[in-house]
Design a protein around this ligand. Sequence first.
Ligand code: SF4
Ligand code: SF4
Length: 343
Amino acid sequence: MNDAIRQRARELGFDICRITSAAPPASAQHLTDWLSAGHQGEMAWLQRNAHKRIDPQQILPGARSIICLATSYHAAEWQAEPTSGQGAVARYARHTDYHDVLAAPLKELSHFITAQGDSNTRSLWYVDTGPLLERDLAQRAGLGFVGKHTNLISRQLGNWFFLSEIITTLELPPDKPEVNRCGTCSRCLSACPTNALPAPFQLDARRCISYLTIELKGAIPVELRPLIGNRIYGCDDCLAACPWNRFAKEASLLHPHRRNDLSTPELLSLLKLDAPGFKQLFAGTPMLRTKRRGLLRNVCVALGNTAGKEALPALESAIQDSEPLIAEHAAWAIAEINKRTAG
Ligand code: SF4
Ligand code: SF4
């Protein structure tokens, strides 16, 4: 039956399909310790769902198996770095929201799996908003291994893929787990601009640029702003540094949903966006998540770190913005540019 499920997954566009049992993930204790240490910052939702993350039975009573799926979002053309005046956007976000793209094939595969059982069989699908400790389960399913940067790496896809899962009451033979294959490498730790990876497998989310530019709703701590560089939505540095990317495979399912216009957007154009303009530009993408105030806050930081005097008029206007968050970060950016260009 596993082969039939894998075959159907491939037909639907998934790159990897592996199966594990529905036993609780091994890192449940690690999550509990991580939350107790307060590493989640403002991500209170992690705390709220903790019991479900720890035990799949809390999500689907009677669950027996979990099907773990990987979908590549690699685009070879995206190796280019942004040039002066442009912002950097994490690669996963340069698409139509993957939750929307993956929903239809996941639903279809879920029906297929349910149809393999009897009338009592039930299945549920998730794309990373689900409360599962999914990286752990994916490693147990043999899909990949958790690297020292705490993300999942696949020997077939490198670092550029989305994870999703289907939990089912169907009993399926589990695949062999994967083991960590980082060896003596520590490139991701050295690549991190904010030292958010102080030791292997330890992420301090409060210093991570993905957290600071996406999850954090308020002001970015002043001491971290210069380290953010031109990154305006997320950060790929630890993923990009990983040597396993030599196996990255060009995306198929996600390919038609690329938004190349978001790969290196012009910072000054973004700073001019009003509320309707923001909604129009980012409609259907993950970048709506920060709202206009969050994104323009990040744009101000990027300008403060990289722009010259040509950015001052637009930043002067941004100081008048009705959002105090944007106004404060614009004032910071002006001071930084003046400091840098003085003399
Ligand atoms: S995403 Fe960026 S800031 Fe966060 S841990 Fe990786 S390299 Fe560091
Ligand atoms: S960069 Fe090296 S240490 Fe970091 S996850 Fe990749 S293989 Fe592991």
